[in-house]
Write a protein that binds this ligand. Structure first.
Ligand SMILES: NC(=O)c1ccc[n+]([C@@H]2O[C@H](COP(=O)([O-])OP(=O)(O)OC[C@H]3O[C@@H](n4cnc5c(N)ncnc54)[C@H](OP(=O)(O)O)[C@@H]3O)[C@@H](O)[C@H]2O)c1
Length: 227
């Protein structure tokens, strides 16, 4: 069993989710101070009634290096009111803010990281003993802990793992009125190139419309995963 997963992302019109590799998406505010997407995402998380928000380790490392946001915060530095679930399989993050935090990591992560989690009393989901977190196993454990509706808020590679495996049920994208470009800039969905066009994931549009700050939103049901 696994929770329903609602992927929710802000993006440029060309699908980028930040200004460049290793860069914080908040930098969009330099060019577009009146960003509407963070507000829109927050509204949708409330509307969906999610009971947790998931993120990848790279996103959190980048956010926490940014003065405006650290750990469990949205793009404007507001604390999330929901449990914040971070996939840190390699044990790379030094945790400061731990309120509401759940770390998902591998059972074979380095001892120093295991000790950090224990020392700080951080709620931990142990999933997998291989090279990567066993994401399916982690979702099963989260379900057994009572999580039923989880938001997935990137980055592109964690989204890619979820999408390729068929673990995303709905998708909300808030497009900001900007074009970013780039060759290795993270996108909504970063994964290996498709082996076949049949591996495209079909979506059914549930709704779409204008959002604040010139943004546009699209809400989709994820239909199939033919791979
Ligand atoms: N616009 C938005 O809404 C938005 C939202 C979030 C983030 N962002 C931006 O996204 C960028 C970061 O994205 P990113 O794609 O570089 O990193 P990311 O998705 O945050 O981090 C990569 C994640 O994927 C996991 N992973 C990779 N391969 C895996 C596999 N085979 N099995 C299981 N887990 C796997 C990694 O696990 P390990 O921990 O084990 O390495 C890590 O947690 C940042 O610039 C951030 O600002 C934008």
């Amino acid at each position: 069993m696994r929770p329903t997963v609602l992927m929710i992302m802000s993006a440029s019109v060309d699908g980028r989710i930040t200004t460049g590799p290793g860069r914080n998406v908040d930098e969009w505010s330099v060019r577009w101070p009146d960003r509407g997407a963070p507000q829109l995402l927050r509204t949708w998380l409330d509307r969906w009634g999610v009971d947790g928000v998931m993120s990848g380790s790279e996103s959190v490392l980048i956010w926490s290096a940014h003065p405006a946001a650290a750990g469990a915060a949205d793009h404007q530095g507001e604390p999330w009111p929901w449990p914040y679930i971070v996939f840190d399989g390699r044990g790379r993050i030094t945790w400061g803010q731990t309120a509401g935090l759940i770390v998902v990591t591998r059972a074979n992560v380095a001892n120093a990281y295991r000790e950090q989690l224990g020392r700080q009393g951080i709620d931990t989901v142990w999933a997998g003993t291989g090279e990567h977190i066993d994401v399916g196993g982690a979702l099963d454990q989260l379900y057994r802990r009572g999580f039923r509706r989880l938001a997935l808020n990137g980055g592109g590679r964690l989204n890619g793992v979820f999408l390729r495996t068929g673990w995303v049920d709905e998708l909300l994208v808030a497009w900001e009125p900007v074009l970013v470009g780039g060759e290795t800039t993270p996108t909504i969905y970063d994964a290996a190139d498709l082996a076949s066009p049949t591996s495209m994931i079909a979506l059914e549009r549930l709704g779409a419309g204008p959002g604040p700050g010139g943004s546009v939103w699209g809400h989709y049901h994820v239909l199939d995963h033919q791979h």
